[in-house]
Design a binder for this molecule. Sequence first.
Ligand SMILES: *Cc1c(COP(=O)(O)O)cnc(C)c1O
Length: 446
Amino acid sequence: MGVWRPLKRIITAFPVPVTFASRMPDFQNTLDFARAQDAADPVRAFRDEFHFPQQDGRPVIYFSGNSLGLQPKGCAAALKQELDDWAALGVEGHLKAMHPWYSYHEELTAMTARLVGAKESEVVVMNQLTSNLHFLMVSFYRPSGKRKKILTEQRPFPSDTYAFASQISFHGGDPDNDLIEVQPRAGEHTLRTEDIIARINELGDELALVCFGGVNFYTGQAFDMAAITKATHNVGAIAGFDLAHAAGNLHLALHEWGVDFAAWCTYKYLNSGPGSVAGAFVHEQHHGKGLPLFAGWWGHDKHERFNMERTFKPMHTAEAWQVSNAPVFSMAVHRVALEQFDRAGIGNLRAKSERLTGYLAFVINEVAKATGAKLETITPAYPTQRGCQLSIVAHGKGKDLFHAITAKGVVADWREPNVIRVAPVPLYNSFEEVFRFGEILQTALA
Ligand SMILES: *Cc1c(COP(=O)(O)O)cnc(C)c1O
């Protein structure tokens, strides 16, 4: 690891053709090869812990974990436990339930901290993603004088654009002037770190906040969060990240990178169910500093919460940003899902993921060669610059191709104007599925 990291950095500094990673030397486009990979996969057993949707009596090839993760089988029992405790205990469940509701979020803290590379005091599970972005921007987007711009990546998720623009308007600014996206170079689909940093330096003391996705939802590009954070701090601005597509997908080190704040949802890679509760990170350097925030009783010093005092006394942790009491049903599901990540280890998952997605890139390339189709993967080729998702532009095919593979049992997704996103996730997808995806793709193109 220690040797590989700097080496990877050096390698990734040079732009190379997308096909590079698709030609990983030892890959073979055969069922035997794929099955051998699965047999050697140390986290393969987790696949059996999930429910797979069926089509024509067989499990689908589910490559949409980037939209909505599959259901861990343990969720139903966890949810039923809370319903049973509620039935049996009523209000007493706050303290006497098997997992007391009063402090339910605390059961998620240690696992969450390990997942995102944070201290326990820096994370809290609460609300939903866009809500958390707003609550955090109340504290971390405070335009003043000429320092009022927000910088983000090209084509951020629409909800983030709405959140940024409405925060700017809320402070009396003009989103057309103050919300800036870093654009790729002509003819390129993704951003170069050096260009992001150059833009940060160019905007300098006009920048209030730099808020990127950890992984862009459309291109699948993973950003160099450490480098962006450092450059942002050098110009005196705040660095925040939307980790919707990064949490549970990448190896994160939010504390070490010095990230100021971050938020993520849990229903994508974190398999915690539709609209489930979200996560937030606030670096410890901002704790107990009296930052302005929108307060609620669950942010109040928990030892004195039930004194019901009129004056808000915030906790000296990320929990200060918590406004409401814990949504226990979502959290019960999230707890089961987090426990899986904890047992598997994000390091093991990421190692498998790099190989699994590398295999997918290889298989797509083989199919392109065999059929003569022009399948362009706009996601970066180097593993350090992407998560598990590949975004494919099928020139001249597009939506028809997407419908054809869907009819054959592939659950991928289509994003306007012309991208098919496929995301094999390491917890429950297999090399065999990637191989079978290639077969289906090839048939659909033939
Ligand atoms: C999925 C996603 C969202 C969704 O926001 P919710 O508040 O969870 O509905 C927002 N931002 C990004 C980057 C996403 O990928």
